[in-house]
Design a binder for this molecule. Structure first.
Ligand SMILES: [Zn+2]
Length: 308
């Protein structure tokens, strides 16, 4: 196909041009698909790495705009961290194919699949893609459980040490510092949410399930009838009834989800719509994963208190 060849040639030219500006002062080029993974890589890599995220903080990680500039970023990567479990299946594979970078090919030491190290929840017993479910390999939104993040930080430290053995000790030290801070913050977040154990919440997409499991909350409904499928009037009517009968009065909505739909449901259920990004950088002063989690947990505790 002529158009594909032209596109390929354009990309090749971009990659050649970019080669001149390769890695900054010997730093390892680490690329993460999403800002949460990038933030953890920065904690572990410290000043030995230069970290970029492919998705914007306000972008749906299932549907990232596959801009050609991302191919250049992937071509220069020494290490690629993906969430996995098909989170990026809709956009990452074609970008990787065009980037032609053996260092981050599947199975290479420079490739990290975060989902492989953790206990995945909601793995369907039968695979049925016919209904458009985007969680066919289990729920891929596991980075809001600190226990998972601790495991993934360890995997990242191992891979970074393989890619840059001279900095292995530094990564080990950074990991230890990160893990102890994480333990302290986890206890703090548990303390903030403990008074609301068993509280019922509603989410737009099924993206806060791991947070709910860790902090003993109960997601009773999603506004989407299935992950990735837009809310229908019939489904929303069921959700409204369920919220009224079970007393759920907080709806969590991420920046890229439909706030108007959530507000309409909230008006009929005396609920509050809580802006709840799970990517660092979506809101002011939430540039790191820790800051994002603080913002999320504090906001959730305040909303649950207000609507208790
Ligand atoms: Zn999802």
């Amino acid at each position: 196909m002529k158009t594909m060849n032209l596109f390929g040639a354009a990309i090749a030219a971009m990659i050649t041009l970019s080669a001149a500006g390769n890695s900054i002062a010997g730093k390892l080029n680490v690329v993460a698909t999403t800002p949460d993974l990038a933030s953890i890589a920065r904690e572990i890599g410290g000043d030995a790495v230069d970290v970029k995220a492919l998705a914007k903080p306000t972008e749906d990680p299932h549907f990232v705009d596959a801009k050609p500039s991302l191919i250049v970023t992937l071509n220069r990567a020494d290490v690629l961290i993906e969430g996995g479990a098909e989170l990026e299946v809709g956009w990452l594979p074609p970008l990787l194919e065009s980037a032609r970078n053996e260092k981050v090919a599947a199975g290479a030491p420079g490739r990290i699949n975060a989902s492989q190290g953790i206990r995945m929840l909601e793995v369907p017993s039968t695979l049925d893609r016919s209904k458009g479910d985007v969680h066919a390999l289990g729920n891929p939104h596991f980075m809001i459980d600190p226990v998972n993040v601790k495991i993934i930080a360890g995997v990242i430290a191992d891979h970074l040490a393989q890619a840059a053995p001279a900095s292995a000790e530094q990564f080990k030290t950074n990991l230890a510092t990160f893990a102890s801070r994480l333990d302290a913050k986890t206890a703090e977040w548990q303390g903030l949410l403990a008074p609301f154990a068993g509280a019922k919440i509603v989410t737009f997409h099924n993206d806060f399930f791991y947070l709910a499991e860790r902090f003993k909350l109960d997601v009773i409904a999603n506004l989407e009838p299935k992950p990735g499928i837009s809310p229908s009037p019939a489904h929303l009517a069921e959700v409204i009834e369920k919220m009224k009968s079970e007393g759920a009065r907080v709806i969590l909505v991420q920046p890229y989800q439909n706030h108007k739909t959530a507000e309409a449901v909230a008006r009929q259920t005396d609920a509050v719509v809580l802006d709840s990004a799970q990517q660092p950088g979506a809101y002011k002063d939430t540039a790191t994963w820790f800051q994002m989690m603080d913002h999320l947990v504090q906001g959730l505790a305040a909303a649950l208190k207000e609507k208790a």
